[in-house]
Write a protein that binds this ligand. Structure first.
Ligand code: 6GP
Length: 820
């Protein structure tokens, strides 16, 4: 499949084939005859990097020598996905690639498949970071992504024969990573532990141990911008490989201990995504990359100058704190300025507060990181002192601003009492210039609830930037069929750079011919996914059924349980003859989700879904009517196949819990209709695509709050809706566990007695909306018209627009000047 509208590089296919041959020979030492697809992949990647090299160097020079403030995106996660096709697209080499590998006698798909997907993120937050750096480069804004090159990314998910999730290590670096360039010469020293002593009236940190941070650079090519930015991921290494004295005594394990401990810091991505993990190693990781990145930025902009004028630092670069993970960077910059460069506190504070901004990505209180002060004191004693001083200063500042002592007490960064802890979100909200949420509703809830006191005192800091997704990866690469149709419909492919142009598709929703073409593209995508699912998972999918998809992390608030209970109720309806088989819209329900390894109920929900799938599959009564599949190890590659094939997108979280969601945007842009609650960015999607083209159901945030206040009793809802009762009874009675009543007992008990996210309360409304969905689906022309209107009105959800909002509201900078 060639890309029809790839921007052209002047290189011919024959030249590109020669470049690949050259890399095979001089870099890898194989002849084209000896080469395997994996060799061709590495050779191609190496050749592409060389194409990007001049632009990369020029972008850095222009950034350092010019006056355009750069953006430093500090993020513990960058969920990049495979790089090859994206890099080819953005360097204008797609067509040449397909022709060249053919000339070399290889199958392009096999070459593409040879790339192993790096999983350096958990979910939404990490993928957003990847979309943002793509957009920054595409808009020509000088930027660095700064993070960690974990050796093990998010676990590889498997299911055992009982349908339970099994986590396997994801050793993505087992093979060559041709995109990452290890830059040993630009390493940084990161210190830990020890104590702070008084020397000549100054506080001096005497660390106990240090880790070597080595940058691994990834080029981030912009689409059609000629700019190439940098993603710099730090690798942790020991300074002393091992202790020879100990080794000579043959105590091997002791000898390599410092090395093992140091390297542990970048060894594994923590399962986070809104679940609580408080581990020492996690704080080490956070400090490790925050410290290395800040020092690196100083090096980039001031070289080795011994007395640089760092009061200009905030004019050189602005740092975005992607959630609380890098917030330890705030006291670190204070420490660098005061201890390493001799600035006084006030000057350092002035620089620091101008440098950082903070994005919050959650509404779950347990996801706002809080560190025991004792732990910070142990790992970073000087930083704890600085945090204490920041807190004191803050308390004084508050006393000047308000008489409300309870409020002042509530706002403490460092909590009072015997075991004080540090609230990282509060530290960021006080020290950051701007604080933003990731969708209108989320930003409002941050102001009204989560960070209310802060927004009262510092209203001007608070703003919203609604998330977005890159149309290059999630439309052009993922959905070539739709992309070609859009280009045909609009008569231009400029929409890939200006997604609001999709608006001009709107009249075509009334054109039956266009609607049929659109329907054909969707159908072809369903066939493509069915073929993929067969080859990859052994599933038999019928592309004439409705593809109904729910992909996201498995979390109670996202309510996969609501979906599976509705599936079970439908199954029961067919079995009991209450609903006639011919009245059912045949559906394929597709789930994709990983559960945090320690999240008991989430893992049990996975097991339940898998076993419902199995029971339904083995039941001839529902054959051809209902099918459930759960492709394991959901990742970006699967998303790129599945989203374009989906007709109905499930965004059914409890209102007030999903900060934004970004798959909702990808689905709308790929012509799926959404069934969803008024939560996160669903609200804005619905506003834009029109209430008629969105299936809304469920309680609002206010209704949820009222129900919490009224002592919510889920059992009442269970009693009131016979379909719900039947479904839960079937889970309880062993229908999906070979008759064993214990298997799902904890889940059933949680539903009936607690149900914190009110799955049961929304069940009836969810069923009603599903009936409306079936009615509309019967009229395929109408359905597809609405799907086109979703595409046409979702241009706002480009990450290019998000970045433009950040530039204007938060970063106060813009693109590098282009050459005259
Ligand atoms: C996620 C939010 O849950 C999701 O709603 C949002 O779209 C995404 O961030 C990007 O903004 N949050 C996380 O992944 C997380 O770990 C602490 O938050």
């Amino acid at each position: 499949m060639t890309e029809l509208t790839a921007p052209k590089s002047s290189v011919t296919a024959a030249q590109f084939a020669d470049e690949i041959r050259n890399e095979l020979k001089y870099t890898q030492g194989v002849t084209p005859e000896q080469a395997k697809p994996a060799d061709v992949y590495v050779a191609t990647a190496t050749a592409v990097r060389k194409h990007l090299m001049d632009s990369w160097m020029k972008t850095q020079q222009d950034m350092v020598n010019g006056n355009t403030k750069a953006v430093g995106y500090l993020s513990a996660e960058f969920l990049m996905g495979k790089q090859l096709r994206n890099a080819l697209l953005n360097s204008g080499l797609t067509d040449q690639f397909y022709a060249a590998v053919k000339e070399l006698g290889f199958d392009a798909q096999e070459v593409i498949d040879a790339e192993y997907e790096p999983g350096l993120g958990n979910g939404g937050l990490g993928r957003l970071a990847a979309c943002f750096i793509d957009s920054l480069a595409s808009l020509g804004v000088p930027a660095f992504g700064y993070g960690i090159q974990y050796r093990y990314g998010i676990f590889r998910q498997e299911f055992d024969e009982d349908g339970r999730q099994v986590e396997r290590p994801d050793y993505w670096l087992a093979n060559e990573d041709p995109w990452g360039h290890i830059d040993y010469a630009r390493d940084q020293r990161v210190n830990f532990g020890g104590e702070v002593v008084e020397e000549d009236g100054k506080r001096v940190w005497k660390p106990a141990w240090a880790v070597r941070a080595i940058p691994v650079d990834y080029m981030v090519p912009g689409y059609e911008s000629g700019r190439v930015n940098t993603l710099r991921l730090w690798q942790a290494r020991a300074y002393d490989e091992f202790d020879l004295l100990t080794f000579n005594k043959s105590e091997y394990l002791d000898a390599v201990k410092p090395q093992v401990e140091a390297e542990n810091i970048s060894k594994i991505l923590y399962p986070e995504d809104s679940t609580e993990v408080g581990k020492e190693l996690r704080l080490e990781q956070q400090y490790f990359f925050a410290s290395a990145s800040l020092h690196d930025a100083i090096r980039v902009f001031y070289g080795d100058a011994e007395k640089p004028d760092l009061t200009t630092f905030p004019d050189k670069i602005t740092f975005q704190l992607n959630d609380t993970h890098p917030v330890i960077g705030i006291p670190e910059l204070m420490r660098i300025l005061i201890d390493e460069y001799g600035y006084d506190w006030d000057t350092a504070w002035d620089i620091t507060t101008k440098t950082f901004n903070y994005t919050c990505h959650t509404l779950l209180p347990e996801a706002l990181e809080v560190w025991p002060a004792s732990l910070i004191g142990k790992l970073l004693p000087r930083h704890l002192e600085i945090i204490e001083k920041i807190n004191d200063q803050f308390m004084h500042e508050l006393a000047d601003r308000t008489d409300d002592e309870a409020k002042i007490e509530r706002m403490r960064i460092l909590t009072a009492g015997e075991n004080p802890s540090v609230r990282m979100a509060y530290l960021a909200s006080y020290a950051g210039s701007h604080v933003n949420g990731v969708a209108e509703l989320h930003s409002q809830l941050l102001k009204d609830v989560t960070l209310r006191d802060f927004s009262d005192i510092y209203p001007a800091k608070f703003t919203n930037v609604t998330n977005g997704v890159t149309p290059r990866r999630f439309m052009k690469l993922a959905n070539p069929g739709l992309s070609a149709l859009i280009t045909e419909g609009l008569g231009t492919d400029k929409w890939l750079e200006d997604l609001e142009l999709l608006k001009n598709l709107e009249p075509l929703a009334a054109d039956d011919e266009f609607v049929k073409k659109f329907a054909k593209v969707k159908y072809d995508n369903k066939v493509r996914f069915a073929d993929f699912a067969k080859a990859e998972y052994g599933f038999e999918l019928d592309p004439t059924t409705m593809f109904d998809t729910m992909i996201k992390r498995l979390h109670e608030y996202k309510r996969q349980a609501l979906k599976i209970l509705e599936v079970i109720a439908t199954y029961a309806d067919i079995k009991s003859g209450k609903v006639k088989a011919e009245d059912i819209t045949p559906r394929t329900v597709i789930f994709g989700a990983k559960a945090a390894p320690g999240y008991y109920l989430a893992k049990m929900t996975i097991q339940l879904i898998n076993n419902v799938a199995k029971v339904i599959d083995n039941d001839p009564d529902v054959k051809g009517k209902l099918k459930v599949v759960f492709p394991w190890n959901y990742n970006i590659r699967v998303a790129q196949m599945l989203i374009p094939a989906t007709e109905l997108d499930e965004q059914i979280s409890q209102a007030g819990k999903e900060a934004s969601g970004t798959s909702n945007m990808k689905f709308a842009l790929n012509g799926a209709l959404t069934v969803g609650t008024l939560d996160g960015a669903n609200v804005e999607i619905r506003e834009r695509v029109g209430a008629d083209n969105f299936f809304l159901f469920g309680m609002t945030v206010d209704e949820v709050d009222k129900m919490y206040e009224g002592n919510y009793d889920p059992a009442k809802f269970y009693e009131a809706d016979p379909r719900l009762k039947t479904a839960i009874d079937m889970v309880a009675d062993g229908t999906f566990s070979n008759g064993d009543k214990e298997t799902y007992a904890p889940l059933v008990s949680d539903w009936l007695t607690k149900d914190w996210f009110m799955t049961l309360a929304d069940f009836t409304a969810y069923h009603d909306i599903q009936s409306q969905i079936e009615t509309l689906y019967a009229d395929q022309l109408e359905w597809n018209r609405k799907a086109i209107l979703n595409v046409a009105n979702s241009g706002y959800f480009s990450s290019d627009r998000s970045i433009e909002d950040y530039l204007e509201r938060v970063w106060m900078t813009g693109p590098l000047p282009t050459e005259k």
